[in-house]
Design a protein around this ligand. Structure first.
Ligand code: PRT
Ligand code: ZN
Length: 283
């Protein structure tokens, strides 16, 4: 059986979460900072540690079968790869920002202006779509200081908390794209059964992350209103308690509206609510 190769970032913002995801999939490997390649002892897979900018091309050319990289890097490198799965980390947006003392209020005012960026391809397409012709200045880093140095009128850069823009006196002006880490594969890799197995493992880890396991006690008379609030994978389990009028309800609830849901459950009569993380959900 052919050993698969997956390329992940060697160091940087996506390294830790990529390693964590693969380990949560039950893959055993050493996260050697010094080596380029690490074998997985319990799955026919090797992990290649690369600079993120190189990952899309390695995958396109089939040197790696799979890769974990930001959507921003994939779009910028214009590669032909298969998008296999969004991974829910490394979230950010590519934004155009202008100095906060600037009079630019409309996107058309960027016509003829200089915009510094490390994403000339994505920015170029965006401006073309809007019918705007700006002078795109491609620089390799520290984009945020370029207006202050008089090198550009605006910048186009990735933003997550917005702290970097703020501390450089810049305000976000237009959203160019939003991005997160994704699993990509060489064209056709989605038909390989080892790739399918890995995607299933990743999905079960992601699903578990999005939900919590909840056990609560409720008096029988309040059970219908508590059950009405619970989704569950199939339906909640209801277990009788030693005290005859009471039952325990076991279920999973989504992380996103967790606190709202818990306060509704309390109002409906739930008590002794125990919340636990889930490791995997295999459907
Ligand atoms: O060495 P290598 O080439 O592998 O790494 P790199 O330095 O090119 O990339 P790295 O590790 O900085 O980022 C990897 C990926 O993380 C990016 O391609 C994005 O997909 C994703 N990501 C998520 C981000 C950010 N958030 C982010 N905030 N990448 C960069 N930033 C930078 C941004 O460029 C700006 O300088 O962080 C600053 C802004 O952050 P805030 O929080 O102040 O808004
Ligand atoms: Zn990079």
């Amino acid at each position: 059986m052919k050993t698969l190769k997956i390329a992940i970032q060697k160091s940087g913002r996506l390294n830790e979460k990529s390693v964590e995801l693969l380990k949560n999939c039950g893959l055993n490997f050493e996260n050697y900072k010094s080596s380029l390649i690490s074998p997985v002892s319990n799955f026919p897979l090797e992990i290649l540690f690369l600079r993120d900018d190189d990952i899309p091309e390695y995958v396109q050319d089939g040197i790696a079968d799979l890769g974990i990289v930001g959507e921003n890097v994939i779009q910028e490198t214009e590669v032909e790869v298969s998008y296999l799965q969004k991974l829910g980390f490394g979230k950010c947006s590519l934004k155009i920002a202008v100095p906060n003392n600037n009079s630019i209020t409309d996107i058309n005012q960027l016509n003829g202006k200089a915009i510094a960026t490390t994403y000339p391809v994505i920015l170029g397409k965006y401006l073309k779509e809007k019918g705007i012709s700006s002078d795109i200045r491609t620089i390799s880093g520290s984009v945020e200081i370029s207006p202050g140095l008089g090198l550009s009128d605006a910048i186009c850069d990735l933003v997550s908390t917005g702290g970097t823009l703020k501390s450089n006196g810049l305000i976000p002006f237009a959203d160019v794209m939003s991005s997160e880490a994704v699993l990509i594969g060489s064209k056709g890799s989605e038909n390989n059964h080892l790739v399918q197995e890995l995607i299933q493992r990743i999905q079960s880890v992601l699903r578990a992350k999005e939900t919590k396991y909840v056990v609560l006690n409720v008096e029988r008379k309040n059970l219908p209103s508590v059950l009405a609030l619970l989704p569950g994978v199939k339906s909640p389990s209801v277990v009788p308690l030693a005290e005859g009028d009471w039952v325990a309800v076991h279920t999973v609830i989504p992380e996103r509206d967790f606190w709202d849901r818990i306060s509704q459950l309390k109002q409906a009569g739930a008590q002794g609510i125990v919340v636990m993380p889930i490791e995997k959900i295999i459907l």
